[in-house]
Design a protein around this ligand. Structure first.
Ligand code: NAD
Length: 715
């Protein structure tokens, strides 16, 4: 029986220990035959007293086989559906064994792992934070199709299961027990199997204990079935909330709700079939394929260190200098201290540095108030940060990250002045959001140790760091920056140098297209709404107000001085608008007294009337689909250009960087993956249409044609 070890003890209890080939137990091809053989053997046992289902791996069971889920097509969909049903049939046989079965959950049981545990009558888990339980399928555009949706409804009811099924919440065992997903926890791993066997001994003759809720006559779903007034009242609200949250772009939450409601209306077996059908339909969607590709495969590739140079031993950062205690520096200090790294936080005055440290104090205070940290631990973290205005405090830093104003000359001066403070072999990182690293490194005596470490705002929340290689940056410096990023628990993408690198440059095209639409006479609200309609978190004009038109104007002035402006497409239309807005009308952005919008003290927001006079033209009409595609395609095209010119070193960096750094819509699976499921030829044709109508900035980059000719996609 491949992968499932079978052992019967003197009391007639069989322990099935899953130890499948590979690092984890999963629903690979080997799973169904192994499960079927096991169930058959159990059914044939005489004097069986009970079954313990355990795992020999660190995780209990990892879940569905995502590789095969990606391969579902219209041609093989029926086979996929049949297999889903076949797995459920084996779960059903296990449930009807007539003897108590216990899942002994020693590690994470997510998705299919939890579904397998739910096929046991009783679930005991080791109470440890590494033991995560939940249904993350929705985050991959899928639904838990191994009985997860239906059984969650039976166990928790519609309202309580909502956050698990539709939001993909994961919890530790104590919380799962409160929710009713598992029955018991043990404090020590060593107690897990003995406790499972003890429960079997206690319940050998207890028929109710060997019967699942869905097989129990007269069982009532917690909170009531679909006809219960409270549930009936909640359904339209839940649908509306999903529609609002997903903007109609993500099919999985809608389908999950559908299946959940069916589970309350039809018999169990029918509900299980509806669930399998639902999973099959979702697996066919491009959205699921995009999300699986990026949130699972790409993310694993990146977090697994694919972009880190091999053969360089781990580079642990112990003392980091952070220069500039402003918005970014204070956040960098916080995340570093949280990771146990000593931080020297330097600004031009002691007062400014203290203010930066106070930011960490504020965040820690909130953690303590919410019971997420002890006061003692919070104090330890705070003590890691030394605010200062003295250069000498930086002596011995193995990493210095500069986050002063975005100004080349200032950054050059600081590099010259403070680089000597670095410990032997120490690395200098710049948090610049746009300035080319190679040019910044000209002021360095060790350009090989100079690298870009680009954080996103707010640093404590944003999961991404963009690491930028200058022309002379060494692999050792990259390893240092990469390992530091992992130390502070962020996801690193690694890109090559260019003005705006990958993220700022690509995001800039979204803002630029928004402003171009404005100058064509489109209503500003329509522009912002359609930006959100494609799945961007915020409309382009609103974002521009937030990042500040004033800052953009300054940045352009800097790039002009540097002579690098031409590297970043043709931004003249936007530059003119910003000049007019800031230069002539003093509209610098939200934090400069207002920009495209006016902001009331009560949080209200309204279009600045002058904007309508300047640009709005009631006679202009551009099709909504064109506006949406323009806002999306500009970014996709820029990402492809980054790939073509080797600014992006891998497709995975592009996908993850676009989702986590600039908020590219989740349904696309990232700006490059989008092209794979849209279809390369179709993409090329749509680019040609847009280019003929709106300008050659929509020409598909040559790399698309090359891939089509080679019969490849952007894998
Ligand atoms: P900020 O204006 O909030 O802070 C800059 C800080 O640097 C100020 O506290 C200032 O006093 C300090 N400073 C100036 N000269 C100094 C010197 N000689 N020595 C020590 N400190 C000095 O700016 P910010 O938004 O934190 O941006 C800092 C850098 O991070 C810029 O390069 C910016 O492009 C980049 N960045 C900003 C964002 C963002 O969203 N704000 C995102 C990514 C990167």
């Amino acid at each position: 029986m491949s992968g499932f070890n079978y052992e019967r003890d003197a009391n007639g209890v069989v322990t099935v220990t899953m130890d499948m080939d590979g690092p984890v137990n999963s629903m690979s091809e080997a799973f169904l035959p192994a499960l079927r053989d096991t169930v058959e053997k159990l059914e044939a046992e005489s004097d069986l007293t009970g079954v313990v289902l355990a795992s020999a791996k660190k995780t209990f069971f990892a879940g569905g086989d995502l590789n095969s889920l990606c391969q579902v097509t219209e041609e093989n969909a029926e086979t996929f559906f049949t297999e889903a049903q076949a797995i459920k049939a084996e779960f059903g046989r296990l449930e009807k064994l007539g003897k108590p079965t216990v899942a002994a959950i020693n590690g994470a049981a997510l998705g299919g792992g939890l579904e397998l545990a739910l096929a046991c009558h009783y679930r005991i888990a080791w109470d440890n934070k590494a033991v995560q339980l939940g249904f993350p399928e929705v985050t991959l555009g899928l639904l838990p199709g191994g009985g997860g949706v239906v059984k969650a409804i039976y166990l928790m009811g519609l309202m309580a299961s909502n956050e698990y099924l539709i939001e993909g919440k994961r919890v530790v065992p104590s919380k799962a027990k409160e929710a009713g997903l598992i029955n018991e926890t043990v404090d020590s791993l060593d107690d897990l199997i003995p406790r499972a066997k003890a429960w079997i001994a206690e319940n050998q003759d207890n028929e109710a204990a060997c019967t699942q809720p869905w097989d129990t006559k007269g069982y009532r779903i917690p909170g009531g079935n679909a006809n219960h007034p409270a549930v009936a009242q909640m359904l339209p609200v839940a649908s509306a909330m999903i529609a609002q949250k997903t903007r109609g772009l993500l099919p999985a939450p809608v389908k999950i709700l559908d299946v959940a409601v069916s589970a309350m209306r039809v018999d169990f077996e029918t509900a299980m079939r509806i669930e399998s059908r639902g999973l099959t339909e979702l697996a066919l969607t491009p959205v699921a394929k995009n999300m699986i590709n990026t949130f699972f495969f790409n993310l694993n590739q990146i977090n697994g260190g694919a972009s880190r140079p091999k053969d360089i031993e781990p580079q642990n950062t112990q003392k980091v200098g952070v220069l500039g205690a402003g918005m970014m520096g204070q956040g960098i200090a916080y995340v570093s201290a949280m990771a146990g790294i000593e931080v020297i936080l330097k600004d031009i005055s002691q007062e400014a540095a203290e203010k930066g440290k106070a930011y960490t104090e504020g965040l820690l205070k909130k953690r303590v108030e919410r019971g997420r940290m002890t006061e003692e631990k919070a104090q330890q973290v705070l003590d890691m940060i030394k605010p200062t205005a003295e250069n000498s405090d930086l002596n011995g830093c193995d990493l210095i990250i500069e986050a002063v104003f975005e100004n080349m000359a200032l950054k050059h001066d600081i590099t010259k002045e403070l680089e000597p403070c670095l410990a032997e072999g120490g690395v200098w990182g710049s948090n610049t959001s746009t300035l080319p690293i190679t040019q910044l490194a000209e002021a360095s005596a060790n350009a090989e140790n100079f690298i870009g470490i680009h954080f996103f705002s707010p640093v404590d929340k944003m999961p991404l760091v963009e690491i930028i290689m200058g022309e002379n940056t060494s692999d050792l410096a990259l390893a240092k920056a990469f390992d530091y990023t992992k130390q502070i628990r962020k996801t690193p993408i690694v890109v090559n140098d260019s003005l705006g690198f990958f993220t700022s440059r690509t995001f800039g095209t979204y803002l630029d297209e928004g402003v171009r639409l404005l100058t064509e006479g489109i209503h500003p609200i329509q522009i912002d709404n359609l930006g959100k309609a494609i799945g961007m978190p915020v409309g382009p004009l609103t974002v521009y107000d937030e990042v500040s038109l004033e800052l953009s104007r300054k940045a352009w002035a800097t790039w002009k001085d540097m002579g690098v402006l031409d590297n970043w497409g043709d931004g003249t239309v936007t530059r003119d608008v910003i000049d007019t807005m800031v230069g002539e009308h003093g509209r610098g952005g939200r934090h400069h007294g207002g920009g495209f919008y006016e902001y009331g003290e009560d949080g209200s927001k309204a279009i600045w009337p002058g904007l309508m006079d300047l640009y709005y033209n009631a006679d202009t009409s551009v099709a909504e689909d064109d506006i949406k595609d323009r806002l999306l395609f500009r970014q996709v095209i820029e990402a492809l250009k980054c790939l073509e010119t080797n600014v992006l070193r891998t497709v995975a960096d592009g996908n993850i960087g676009s989702i986590m750094g600039i908020g590219a819509p989740a349904w696309t699976g990232g700006l490059i993956q989008f092209v794979n499921t849209y279809g390369l030829e179709r993409f090329s044709a749509r680019c040609a249409e847009l280019a003929s109508q709106y300008g050659d900035r929509f020409d598909a980059p040559a790399i698309v044609g090359e891939k089509i000719a080679a019969g490849e996609n952007f894998a």
